[in-house]
Structure formats: structure tokens, C-alpha cells
Design a protein around this ligand. Structure first.
Ligand SMILES: C[S@@+](CC[C@H](N)C(=O)[O-])C[C@H]1O[C@@H](n2cnc3c(N)ncnc32)[C@H](O)[C@@H]1O
Length: 487
């Protein structure tokens, strides 16, 4: 049994499943080929840490510039997300191994050590000695002999002490501190989840948030069908299967960049997580309806709503930022949805300019803390604070208030977020309902959606019209949806 397997054999939900799911290419990486992948990953990590750039944006930019093979691109992605995600645990161990302390390291040397340690501990398809040799070569190239010697010394020490570097061995002053360092999450967030979800669920949430997300696409049913897209992708050797959660969803594996595929350009599909696809399904748009999507960019849910409206009726897609409005318009054009009208501005201001009761349905896919998508954007852990949650919840409350008047009697106000913070979800809706007796939570979701959710054991008979998907529910994003009906 490998050292990694020994480390993880007692923790079904921890690094072992993380490592397994992060094995992207399915083949052992060849040391020569992956060398440039490590350098690219290192540059991205340094930029993300120094400039606060979003990892997914920086990653996309670098991958486009570097023209890496599909396998190398997958390895870079894995190294960047894994290293950012695990940095607290990595630093906990490195601080015991770097004699002069981490604060004195040059930023790139610190990132190189994190990256290499991450590979040794969590990527067993890369032989540990290859990870050390690569790190020493990079250190020689980017620095000097002294730095290369130090990197070599630290990582050789890691190899000698591998059996001690087990997350189960991390036991600190209290439960929150232990979980924080084991799963590499800020203490305040662990405390919040312990309060909201209890010990067992918190540990599951922490472990799930450290796993790689699976990829899915949403089929544009105006142009093609789920079966046809699955057939098309399978013919190209891509593993594709229907989503168990969303009607238009297809789960893909080892697919490369499907937004660069001709089928994407032709408007046959869009990139979207399955949880997000539920929103439009639950909204139940019909051709000819009048619908407002108040916070619409980059436009995923607007496009899905537009597809379900079959391009007929009025769909007003608004976002705060003008540059984001253009993203929405581009997607509408690609998908052939000419009925989508785009605007930009604060939705609260927009509401003042629109006639009260003028929409059959309003979607408020609100800005949020994003704790449901940490595995896609791991730096969320490090950039958000408890105060941010309070501030964003306040904004959500104001947005809900502004949207409430725009819905016709008998119409629907659908509120959603990609977070699992109760303050932004159940508590937000409870306080809205307390102020708005004209609204009720609507349990009458489309039967097909309810039956899928029941089959996946996500809801039971207690379902009350609001859904909190957790990141460990279906390996999809953590997401909240409430369907509110106006009397
Ligand atoms: C969760 S994202 C929306 C994602 C989008 N619905 C989709 O499916 O692609 C929230 C969006 O709200 C926008 N936003 C933030 N504050 C806003 C405001 N006051 N008015 C309108 N949009 C706002 C942000 O620019 C961001 O694009």
C-alpha cells in the first residue's frame, strides 16, 4: 500500500477521494512533459497570491497563452486549484520544515514549495522524486544554487518524513482549529459551519469542497437534444452521460475545453453546473411570458430561461456592470436567442424605472458569498470574511425588496444563490416573507424536478419550496433556490 493510501485509508471523505477525483488525465504524468506544466502553474500561483487575481480567470488566460496539450492543461488546473485549496495545511507542514521560516521566503520560492509538497502528498500519479527533481530544476532556473539547495533540502526532508505528514495526525487546540488546518479552511468559516451544520456535516462539507468539480454542459434544446449531444461527444471519445439532476444537463469527463468545440460555437450547448440548471427549470418559463433576470451576468441562467421560452416573449437580462452586459448579449447571439433584451445598472434603480407588476416572473440570482463553489474558486476561502457575508446579505435583502413589486399577482419571484450560508438563504427568505404576506413559498415545483431530487435523496416529504443543495449532495455546486409565489 502506498504511503498516500496508508494516510487516507481511515478517512473515506478526505484527501483520498480528493486525489482520486483530481486525477484528470487518467494516465501517469510523464516527468519531461509536465515540467512546463509546473512552471505555468507556478507563475499562476504567484500572480493569484500577489495580485489577488481570480484563479479561474488567471488560469484561463495562461492556458490560452501557453497552448498546452489537453493533458498538461489538466495538470496545470489540478496543481493550481489543489495548491490554493490546500495552502493552510501545506504551510502548517512547511513551517516545520523550513528552518528560516516561511515569512522570509521569496514569494515564488514559497509557492514552489507549496506546489511541490502538494504533488508529493496528494498526487500519487506523479512520483515523489520526480516532483522534487522538477522543483530543484525550477529553483536553479529561476533563482540560484543556494535557493535550489534549500528547496532540495526541504523536499528531501519531506520524502524522509512522509509517514508523519498525514492530515489525521493534525490535532490542535480545539475542533475548529483542527478541522481548519486539516482541511485548509479559515477558522472563522469552520466555526460558522459548525454552528450551522454540526460536526459531522461540517467535516463532509469541508472534504467535498476540496474535491475537484465534475464538468457538465447544458444542451440548447432549441437546437438539438441531450441524446444527440451525448452521441456526438461519445463519437469523439469523450465520456458523456445524462445529468441525474438537470433535464438539459450532460456530465462530461476528460472532455478538454468544450467551450472551444465547434458544437459550442454553433450554440448546441453552454458550460454550466447542474445545480445552476435547476434554477430555470424551477422558474418554469413559458413562451410568450414576460421575465426579468435582475442579476444576469455572465448570462448562464438567462440563456437557459430564453431556451425554455423557445425564443418567444420578453426576457430582460440586467447586470450591474456594462462590460458584463456585453457578455450576456454575446451568449444570446451564439444561442440564437434574439428575444433577450440586455440592460446594465443597479437592479434596485432599474426596479424604480419599471412598471410595478409588469413581469410574470422575476429571477434574482443574487450576488453572494459563493461558499457553494469553493472547489471551482478556492481563493474564496481566503478572500471572504464574516463581515462580507453580513454585508452581502444586506444587499440581497434590498435587492429582494426591490424585485418584489415587479411581479404580477399570481407570478413568481425566484431567489437563488451559490452559497450555503443560512444568513443569505433560509434566513433571508424567512425575513422577506415576514415583511411580505403577499408572498408564499411555493412547494409546487415541476414534478420532474421533485422526482429527481427525491431519487437523489436530496429532498423528502418535508420539502417546503426551498432547496439547499450542498456540495456533497451530488458532486455539484452548493446552491440555494426558493420559489416564491405572489398571491
Ligand atoms: C451570481 S452572479 C449572477 C450569475 C448569473 N445569473 C448567471 O447565471 O450567469 C451575480 C451577478 O450580480 C451582479 N450584481 C451585483 N450587484 C448587483 C446589483 N446591485 N444590480 C444588478 N446586478 C448586480 C454581479 O455583477 C454578478 O454578475
Amino acid at each position: 500500500m502506498s504511503r498516500q493510501n496508508e494516510q487516507q485509508k481511515n478517512t473515506s471523505n478526505s484527501a483520498k477521494s480528493y486525489k482520486k477525483q483530481r486525477t484528470v488525465a487518467g494516465k501517469p504524468a510523464e516527468a519531461g512533459r509536465s515540467k512546463s506544466a509546473r512552471l505555468v502553474a507556478l507563475d499562476i500561483l504567484v500572480k493569484v497570491e500577489e495580485t489577488g487575481a481570480y484563479s479561474n480567470l488567471q488560469l484561463n488566460r495562461s492556458l490560452q497563452q501557453q497552448e498546452l496539450s489537453r493533458q498538461d492543461a489538466a495538470l496545470v488546473t489540478e496543481l493550481v486549484y489543489g495548491t490554493i485549496s490546500r495552502k493552510l495545511t501545506l504551510d502548517y507542514w512547511l513551517s516545520q520544515l523550513v528552518a528560516k521560516g516561511l515569512a522570509k521566503l521569496q514569494p515564488w520560492v514559497h509557492q514552489l514549495l507549496r506546489l511541490s509538497l502538494y504533488q508529493i502528498i496528494w498526487l500519487d500519479r506523479i512520483p515523489a522524486h520526480a516532483a522534487v527533481n522538477e522543483a530543484v530544476n525550477i529553483a536553479k532556473k529561476k533563482g540560484h544554487q543556494g535557493i535550489a539547495g534549500m528547496v532540495n533540502g526541504v523536499l528531501r526532508n519531506v520524502l524522509r518524513r512522509q509517514n508523519e505528514l498525514l492530515i489525521e495526525r493534525i490535532v490542535l487546540s480545539d475542533e475548529a482549529e483542527t478541522l481548519s488546518v486539516r482541511y485548509s479552511f479559515p477558522r472563522w468559516l469552520v466555526e460558522r459551519w459548525l454552528n450551522e451544520y454540526g460536526s459531522e456535516k461540517t467535516e463532509q462539507l469541508l472534504a467535498a469542497s476540496n474535491t475537484a468539480p465534475h464538468s457538465s454542459i447544458r444542451v440548447n434544446t432549441m437546437k438539438t437534444s441531450v441524446d444527440a449531444v451525448i452521441e456526438l461527444l461519445q463519437a469523439e471519445g469523450i465520456s458523456a452521460s445524462p445529468s441525474p439532476l438537470a433535464a438539459a444537463g450532460v456530465i462530461v469527463d476528460k472532455a478538454g475545453h468544450l467551450a472551444a468545440h465547434a458544437g459550442f460555437a454553433a450554440g448546441k450547448w453552454s458550460m454550466q453546473d447542474e445545480s445552476s440548471m435547476l434554477v430555470a427549470e424551477v422558474l418554469q418559463p413559458q413562451p410568450g411570458m414576460s421575465i426579468l433576470d435582475a442579476c444576469a451576468a455572465p448570462g448562464g441562467k438567462s440563456m437557459h430561461i430564453g431556451e425554455l421560452m423557445k425564443g418567444k416573449g420578453r426576457l430582460l437580462s440586467n447586470d450591474l456592470h456594462e462590460h458584463k452586459r456585453k457578455l450576456i448579449a454575446e451568449q444570446a447571439q451564439r444561442l440564437g436567442l434574439s428575444h433577450i433584451e440586455t440592460t446594465s445598472g443597479d437592479a434596485i434603480e432599474l426596479a424604480r424605472t419599471l412598471a410595478p407588476g409588469s413581469f410574470d416572473a422575476v429571477l434574482l440570482d443574487a450576488p453572494c458569498s459563493g461558499f457553494g463553489v469553493i472547489r471551482r474558486k478556492p481563493e474564496i476561502k481566503w478572500t471572504k470574511s464574516s463581515e462580507d457575508v453580513t454585508a452581502i446579505a444586506e444587499l440581497q435583502g434590498k435587492l429582494l425588496e426591490a424585485m418584489s413589486g415587479l411581479v404580477k399577482p399570481g407570478g413568481v419571484l425566484l431567489y437563488s444563490t451559490c452559497t450555503i450560508a443560512r444568513e443569505e438563504n433560509e434566513q433571508q427568505i424567512a425575513s422577506f416573507l415576514a415583511k411580505h404576506p403577499e408572498y408564499t413559498l411555493d412547494r409546487n415545483w415541476p414534478p420532474a424536478v421533485l422526482s429527481r431530487l427525491k431519487q437523489l435523496n436530496i429532498i423528502d416529504e418535508q420539502f417546503d419550496g426551498q432547496l439547499q443543495l450542498l456540495p456533497d449532495d451530488n458532486k455539484s455546486d452548493g446552491f440555494y433556490i426558493a420559489r416564491l409565489l405572489k398571491r
